[in-house]
Design a protein around this ligand. Structure first.
Ligand SMILES: [Fe+2]
Length: 583
């Protein structure tokens, strides 16, 4: 334990360090020591830290740390303290901080977010804990990124997406928490679902996972509902374990706001085709209400999903209020671009009246229109300039909806995309990115994707109709889609609202063999299970490993089966070596 002399030495070291100016400027916290000996602190962490702790957004010099004070334990004059150490016993303290009481309260729903960037060492594992009202939190573990100019021997990420709380248990997250080999976890969206028992997505066999929203309906109508949903998810012990043990890098998809959402440029507001504000006559499809919904979704995300982002409180337009896409550097080995697919994308190309129009628009080709955008002009420029100028060995794009083509084809001819809610609905912009990759000779491009509740390993090509494996200019990289933790898989999801005959044809068309016959660039496809995956990088290869963990039992000790292992070498960009274990 920290004695008084060691504590003073630690503080003195801080005062003499070049961090002093930065510390003085730190808005959220300042150096400070808990007033009580750690031995006297209460260990009843759940009373105060009801949603535990977590870390996020690693840089070479720090991470973002997060916690939440239970409103029942909150005191208007009580400061919060933070301790960060190089060991789990906190014998080797490296930083202590104090957060003023005025910074904790109802305005951010009692969440606290502290950025330590500039105060920690690169490529180092730290342990951290908070102290409030003489009570200590559970201990979290965080890892910083490698320093610029250094070449890590390896980097390994966990990949997560689509953790519908009402649709199953988080055994997969418990298993992820137990994996000590990960440098960070990328969460690719659908951290929450805005719906609570919507029969279109949620089969609800899990009575103990039923949510009753404060507004009383099935769909979040605003800030109070979103906050309630995030609090419910973050109270889950398996999600807490995963976020205590690993440093997360998160980006939202549609369900942090509303199903299949986009930006309605014609009305300059959120497009939310399934939301009551759009569909229920009592709300009148009011653009102001939809804009407010997006702002509320952004605020709740920034409160409950730790990330190095800041709300622009003076802004009234969602595009000015919060920017979520961001870049991470992992030394010379990897640059990560976390792109955001939902805030700036154009509307569905062929209508949204039924599932066929919205996803499988036979006979409609508007998805090729050059004016359509997925990322918006600013994000597209940021991405393409970043990819073209990156000097890292690997360029990893953290993405939501499937980047590659998924089509019905006949003799190599594309008859129709299957899901134009994904990049297939934004084909011209995808081609622009492909052209940048080809012209700038960007090597070792990898896409990590979520959204579709399916395991996929695929080659990324410029022209998917070009089947010549030796045309290396057509091979842009590889894409790995991580499966849903719990959310309904593709057959269940796409067949909603269809007749039995349509369902049968669609699900048959989506079977593994049919997918690969129609889409030979897809090397692995499975939409029957749930779990997570990992992505490991060295200087000469990337390896994706896909795991299945059952979602129907609430246990942290379930069997984790490896169902696919896919490795790609930097030397043979057109070759993907697939092995499947236990499949
Ligand atoms: Fe999802």
């Amino acid at each position: 334990m920290m004695n008084r002399r060691k504590l003073l030495q630690t503080l003195a070291a801080g005062i003499g360090s070049p961090f002093l100016v930065t510390w003085a400027q730190a808005a959220d916290w300042s150096p400070g020591t808990p007033p009580i000996d750690a031995n006297l602190l209460s260990r009843d962490s759940a009373r105060v830290f009801d949603l535990s702790v977590s870390s996020a957004d690693p840089t070479p010099g720090g991470v973002v740390l997060w916690t939440h004070i239970a409103p029942g334990a909150w005191k208007s004059t009580e400061p919060l303290y933070l301790q960060v150490a190089r060991d789990a016993a906190f014998a080797d303290l490296v930083l202590q901080a104090r957060v003023e009481p005025s910074r904790i309260g109802a305005s951010a729903d009692y969440t606290v977010k502290l950025d330590l960037d500039g105060h920690l060492a690169p490529a180092t594992t730290y342990w951290y804990r908070f102290v409030y009202d003489a009570t200590v939190s559970r201990t979290g573990r965080a890892r910083t990124a490698p320093a610029a100019g250094t070449q890590a021997a390896r980097l390994k990420f966990g990949l997560l997406t689509c953790q519908d709380y009402t649709n199953g248990y988080y055994g997969a997250l418990a298993r992820l928490a137990q994996d000590d080999s990960l440098d960070a976890v990328l969460h690719l969206g659908d951290f929450i679902y805005e719906t609570a028992g919507d029969p279109r997505f949620q089969s609800l066999p899990y009575a103990d996972r039923t949510l009753v929203l404060p507004s009383g309906g099935l769909v979040s109508l605003g800030l109070q509902d979103y906050r309630f949903i995030y609090r419910t998810y973050r109270a889950d012990p398996h999600l807490q374990a995963a976020m205590e043990r690993h440093t997360f890098i998160c980006i939202p998809d549609d369900h942090e706001t509303s199903n299949d959402c986009y930006w309605d440029y014609a009305r300059d507001t959120l497009g939310a085709p399934d939301h009551p504000f759009t569909t229920d006559t009592q709300y009148g499809n009011d653009p102001a209400l939809l804009r407010r919904l997006k702002l509320d979704a952004q605020r709740a995300w920034s409160e409950y999903v730790p990330a190095r982002v800041a709300l622009n409180e003076g802004a009234t337009h969602p595009h000015d209020f919060l920017r979520q896409y961001r870049r991470f550097a992992f030394g010379g080995l990897l640059d990560l671009f976390m792109i955001e697919n939902r805030s700036y994308r154009s509307a569905h190309p062929c209508g949204e009246g039924d599932a066929l129009q919205r996803y499988l628009p036979l006979g409609c080709t508007n998805y090729n229109d050059a004016s359509r955008t997925m990322l918006g002009a600013a994000q597209l420029n940021w991405l393409t300039e970043g990819l073209a100028s990156s000097r890292a060995t690997w360029k990893l794009m953290g993405n939501q909806t499937l980047f590659g083509q998924l089509s019905l084809t006949f003799l190599g001819t594309n008859l129709s995309p299957i899901n134009v809610d994904a990049w297939d609905g934004y084909a011209a912009e995808r081609r622009r990115i492909a052209d940048v990759l080809r012209e700038a000779k960007v090597k070792n491009f990898v896409v990590a994707t979520g959204d579709l509740h399916t395991y996929i390993a695929a080659q990324v090509k410029r022209d998917y109709g070009n089947l010549n494996p030796f045309d290396t200019g057509n091979q842009l990289g590889v894409e790995f889609m991580t499966p849903a933790v719990t959310s309904s898989n593709i057959g269940e999801m796409l067949s909603q609202g269809m007749t039995t005959d349509q369902k049968t044809r669609l699900i048959n068309g989506l079977s593994k063999a049919a997918v690969q016959l129609n889409n030979p660039h897809i090397k692995f496809f499975d939409s029957t299970r749930h779990g997570y995956s990992t992505l490991e990088f060295t200087s000469t290869w990337v390896e994706w490993v896909a795991y299945a963990v059952a979602k129907n039992v609430d246990s942290g000790d379930l069997l984790r089966s490896c169902i696919a292992r896919q490795r790609k070498s930097t030397l043979l960009p057109w070759l993907m070596a697939l092995s499947t274990d236990g499949y």
